[in-house]
Design a binder for this molecule. Structure first.
Ligand code: A3P
Length: 319
């Protein structure tokens, strides 16, 4: 309702000043709210999403820390879910960026003053979020909807984020000159949608408590064996591949269509720009496991890993 919108606007204006604020790696402000460091462009959407989103039992939510394989997971999940509607040769992925087929709650759907009309979308609806598990709207946690989370080696996540942040062209903020600039904040977890360990741990614990509700994936596992991970995703979503599909090579076909090289070389991902101004090409870089060795000094890596390991200790989650 328009009442709800103006209410939210006032709420944000009033609240922002009271949130602790720090500088992100790209120099832009981050705001700390309910345990999460939100970039300034995500805060309105995050609050609005938390307040207004109503989940349906058939919804699929893709969650992640930024730069952990979100784009890949979007392409894969969209393909698995819609495999009986579109053959790979006519997949909407060929003409539409993954981030348009599966849209973010915070920085896209709920980022405008006007609330989105999501009731019209065909089910199953697929959405994505960088929010922490504990901040998700209650209706997501209470409904039968499913969550697929993807995480990534913390050092590779950092390096990927560094390259990504350097591409932001923001007025008023000085771009990063080197990777060690601002690293002290990074070590405190002050990074877009961080702290990393809290983002990851919320979903990790939920996946242990409710394995039917939350599927926890690792980027590195997908790189190592995409086929068995595609099967895992399909089974988790209640739409396992049939023997016939396996024989016909449907899983391989999806994995090829969604591969980094395939998506990166599509005209639509090479030459289009997100509404935020970011080129779609910035979501496709190297896609390698262990690329951090080329960018972080051994002591930076060691310090950061030590912090992450301490935070994760006892959880059973390791990298
Ligand atoms: P690198 O910067 O290490 O190359 P996100 O999608 O969460 O923003 O994460 C982006 C990271 O995933 C980037 O990592 C990007 O190259 C990689 N990526 C994007 N699409 C991919 C795909 N189809 N397969 C594998 N990796 C992919």
């Amino acid at each position: 309702s328009s009442n709800g919108e103006s209410e939210l606007k006032d709420e944000i204006q009033g609240l922002l000043a009271s949130f602790p604020s720090e500088r992100n790696w790209d120099g832009a402000p981050l705001y700390f709210y309910k345990g999460v460091w939100y970039p300034v462009f995500a805060i309105r959407g995050a609050l609005s999403f938390q307040k207004h989103f109503i989940a349906q039992d058939t919804d699929i939510i893709l969650a992640s820390m930024p730069k952990s394989g979100t784009t890949w997971l979007k392409a894969l999940t969209f393909s698995v879910v819609n495999r009986n509607i579109y053959s790979p040769k006519e997949s909407p992925l060929l003409a539409t960026p993954p981030h348009e087929l599966v849209r973010f709650f915070e920085i896209d759907l709920y980022s405008k003053t006007q609330l989105p009309d999501l009731k019209q979308l065909p089910s199953p609806r697929i959405f994505s979020s960088h929010s922490h598990y504990g901040t998700l709207p209650q209706s997501i946690r209470d409904s039968g909807c499913k969550i697929v989370y993807i995480c990534r080696n913390p050092l590779d996540q950092l390096v990927s984020y560094f390259h990504f942040a350097r591409k932001f062209k923001r007025e008023n903020y000085k771009p990063l000159s080197s990777i060690d600039e601002g690293f002290d904040n990074v070590c405190l977890g002050i990074l877009s949608h961080g702290p990393f360990w809290d983002n990851v741990l919320g979903y990790w614990k939920a996946s242990l408590e409710r394995p039917d509700k939350v599927l926890f994936l690792k980027y590195e596992d997908l790189k190592e064996d995409i086929i068995s991970n595609l099967k895992k995703i399909a089974e988790f979503l209640g739409i396992p591949f049939t023997e016939e599909e396996e024989k016909e090579g449907v899983i391989e076909e999806i994995s090829r269509l969604c591969s980094l090289d395939s998506l990166r070389n599509l005209e639509v991902n090479k030459n289009s720009v997100r509404p935020s101004g970011l080129p779609n090409s910035s979501f496709f870089r190297k896609g390698e496991v262990g690329d951090w060795v080329n960018h972080l000094s051994p002591s930076m890596a060691e310090n950061y890993l030590k912090i992450v390991e301490e935070k994760l200790s006892g959880s059973g989650l390791t990298f």
